[in-house]
Structure formats: C-alpha cells, structure tokens
Design a protein around this ligand. Structure first.
Ligand code: SF4
Length: 233
C-alpha cells in the first residue's frame, strides 16, 4: 500500500484521485522533528515574527502564564498559502513549545497530506499560546487577551485560506457564538481580516469520533478548492 492510500484510509476516505499532477507528495513526514527545524529557520529569518514571539514569551496578560511550562507561538513558512488555527497547546505541545505534536498532530498531518500538503507547507498556530491547566476549555477572557497575537500572525503570514480546527478557534476568530455545525453547514463563506475561513473538526475530536472524518474531508476539499480556484463552491 502506498503512502497516499494509507493516509486516505486513515482519514476514512477509500477513493480519491487528484486531478492536479502537482499535488502528489512523495515523502514521508516526521511529525514534530521537522516542525522544530522549520520553526527555528523561519523565526531566524522574519524579524517581525521574532519580535512577536518574544512578546508572547514574556506575556502575562492572563493567568495561564502561571501554569505554562513554555509558550507555543506557532510554526511554518512566512508567508504561507494555508494557515491552520487550533485551540490551545496540549500537554506535549507545552513541553516542546511546538503546536500539534502527538497523536492529534499525526492525524493533522494525514488530513493535510490527503489534500496535497505536508506539515512544513502550512503555518500552524493556536488561539491560545499557553496551555490551560488540565486541558480545560479556554475562558473567554483568555481568548480575548490572546487573540491580538493571532491576528498579528495572520496579517504577517498573509494566508489565502485559514482552516480552523474545533469550535473554540472559529468562534474566537469570528467573535460568534454560532455552533461549529452551523458554521460548517451554513454555506456562507466567512472571513477574518479579509482572509476566507473554513471551519472543521479538531483532530483530537476526530480521534474520538472517527465517523466525523468524512465530514472533515468535505471541509478539507472546500479549503483546497479555495486555494486552487479562489472559490469553495
Ligand atoms: S495565553 Fe496568551 S494572553 Fe494568556 S499569558 Fe499566554 S500569551 Fe499571554
């Protein structure tokens, strides 16, 4: 079984054929290790993001600074066509300072791979830069304090599409209380600071609810369509 077939099967997709010959990645990904190397490279070459990352490192605007081991700023190329926004660092992310390490990161890699991207092609960040204790849900005031960092990242990265993972990320970015189901199914294309946004499930949820992978696959296809044609329809 080739790598692509294995990843598509993990996504719950049995058949998918790309019409774009440019969308056929050929190499295996090493989750975490690659991101670490890339993050260092990119941070060294972008002064604006270096300065922003330094601000995050010393940020004490909410109580999460008391319990974090380290901040988790974000990783990826600058600029990047596709930006991923998750919720908050996991325990492992908090230890390593890198978003989406561990099983959720591996599934995210599979999700991206299934639409022709590798992890190092995309910029990955979270709504919160510090881990909430015991992985509790982020509080509204924590998100309000941290959101300006994320907006500055978006403006610097200049993505063509933002893919949000889970309800917290999309609700926070759009400042809405609409449910993830409403946001996914409305058919209305949302934007944040002028960038089209597609909402889908968080990989951690998909690990617990594999039946939702096929719905997530539709969201990924919409994101890919937007990137290629500038339209999700
Ligand atoms: S979560 Fe965000 S606002 Fe709160 S301390 Fe960390 S960087 Fe600052």
């Amino acid at each position: 079984m080739d790598i692509r077939t294995r990843y598509l099967q993990e996504m719950g997709i049995t058949q998918w054929v790309s019409r774009d010959p440019g969308l056929h990645p050929t190499s295996e990904m090493v989750v975490g290790q690659n991101l670490n190397i890339k993050a260092k490279d990119f941070i060294q070459t972008d002064q604006v993001m270096t300065d922003l990352s330094a601000q995050v490192d010393i940020c004490r605007q909410c109580d999460l600074h008391r319990t974090r081991y380290t901040t988790v700023f974000g990783v990826g190329p600058i600029p990047a066509d596709l930006m991923i926004v998750g919720e908050a660092p996991s325990a492992e992310d908090d230890r390593q300072g890198i978003p989406f390490v561990g099983r959720a990161g591996q599934l995210l890699a599979s999700m991206l791979f299934s639409i022709g991207f590798e992890l190092e092609d995309v910029y990955i960040a979270n709504s919160l830069k510090c881990r909430p204790p015991d992985d509790r849900d982020p509080l509204a005031e924590e998100l309000a304090h941290c959101n300006p960092f994320l907006l500055q990242q978006i403006q610097r990265i200049q993505p063509k599409v933002i893919l949000t993972l889970g309800k917290v990320a999309v609700q926070s970015l759009l400042n809405t209380s609409e449910s993830l189901a409403q946001l996914r199914n409305s058919g209305q294309l949302r934007e944040v600071v002028g960038v089209p946004l597609i909402a889908t499930y968080h990989p951690a949820y998909l690990l617990q609810s594999p039946a939702a992978k096929s719905e997530s696959w539709k969201d990924l296809c919409r994101a890919r369509q937007l990137l290629i044609n500038g339209s999700s329809g």
